[in-house]
Write a protein that binds this ligand. Sequence first.
Ligand code: ACM
Length: 539
Amino acid sequence: MNRVFAIIAVSLSFASLCFTQTNVINIIPKPMNLMSKVGSFTMSRQTTIVARTARDRRSAVELNSWLRANHGFTLKVTGRPQNKNYIEFASPTQALDHGSGFTGVGYGMFVSPNHIRIEGYERGHLYAIQSFVQLLPLEFKEWAEIPAGSIVDSPRFPYRGMHLDVARHFQPVEFIKKFIDLMSQYKFNYFHWHLTDDQGWRIEIKKYPRLTEVGSKRPETHLGAYTTTFKGDGIPVEGFYTQEQVKDVVAYAKARYIAVVPEIEMPGHASAALAAYPEFGCKENYNYKVQMTWGIFPEVFCPTDATFKFLEDVLDETIKLFPDSPYIHIGGDEVLKIHWKESAFVQELMKREKLKDEHEVQSYFIRRMERFVNSRGKKIIGWDEILEGGVAPNATIMSWRGNKGAIEAAKSKHDVIMTPTDYSYFDYRQGIDAAKEPVGQSAFLPLEKVYSFDPMPKELNETEAKYILGGQGNVWIEYMKTPAAVEYMVFPRMLAMAEVLWSQPENKDYADFRRRLASHLVRLDKQDVKYHNPEPIGQ
Ligand code: ACM
């Protein structure tokens, strides 16, 4: 064999080894930098975890609790240096957050046959653990091989969210925790909890008990797909979260570095609240009720001082329950202005405050609530309708009706979270054949389209682009009564959204995502997640 040929032969066999190794790395979302090496680290029950600082020990506890829950054993933790077969948690020795523009979230994981070194701060360590567990085989008893290589990783966006509507159909706390746990596995960091709407009020407010006594209950729901004539299913719906349950959920999420953002809808989507306290609506002798069907309703909070006092009390209790969220979402979408137009009080208010139309009444409403929320040290998020009539000065905009609101908001120096219907509404059908899918919205949003989403509008320059904080998958559950029904709509699209929000666009490749996804579907099976089985690529 001549020398050149020998070098080529050796390189080829090295390349094929590398390829084999790369093949078994199925991490979702795709890490920023991933380099495979030859060989592997063998983790067994004899492997030691090295953790020197309190922070590193917390990460060791985190890894051990995962191993105990999933494989029935834990590893010994020591502060002393080891020679071989150890997993070491440590602070960063290099910049790990490059590209992301924020600190403490990046991680490095360096796997050699002798040891694994996991670098980062606490949050970075958690993300490293999530990647680490995806490198392990799903089932093992005595030992597992982890492919050698290095990962240096940090997210593209600081806001990586999932939303869940629990107003249309109450969902039990155990499911909320399962949802949060799955979010954490895919490195999401915000859970937007849509707690109130026309069809139900789902959070206990001690000062106003009727919100849940009355507002959390409806006698029945429209049967099947939406039609203008109501046909009831005869099945009562009720349920709400006590403040103790909310605290429990918030703590559960916090342990997974997920902030829970509560949404209390105003001034529209207020039927359930007004069924409980009709005095905060604009109409006297009006039959306010918890709605039993879907759509947009004229029932709206009236902008009186008494209503603002009520809403401030509600938000005061709410804010105390969500200490880790920088945001309170106040809704602001789909407000029909009919009751305001017909109200002598509102017309008088418009004259007094020089508001030229009802859009400006909405703006007045939101600005007033923003002042209150800001005075409590929090920021508001509102749906993009809050841009109409003049945006509240510090508001973050959740852009759902395409990109238009996002572009306008970013150009006027407002933070933006991207949730355009075309890419991030997981109540839209994901299976090709509508006849085989559950009753629901007619719009179609396949997995590949979610994956193709780029949250960064092309129209923004570099300075404006900084206002795009990230994005979110939205799960409106008019047509999802049970956790299984929610899971069917959310998965696996949530995994595509995870990669959209975490991974660098140049690292995205749908065919490669689908290859990696196959192993994640098995992981979801193990967790009893009732996902939609995606159709083969190209169908
Ligand atoms: C929305 O979908 N109404 C925000």
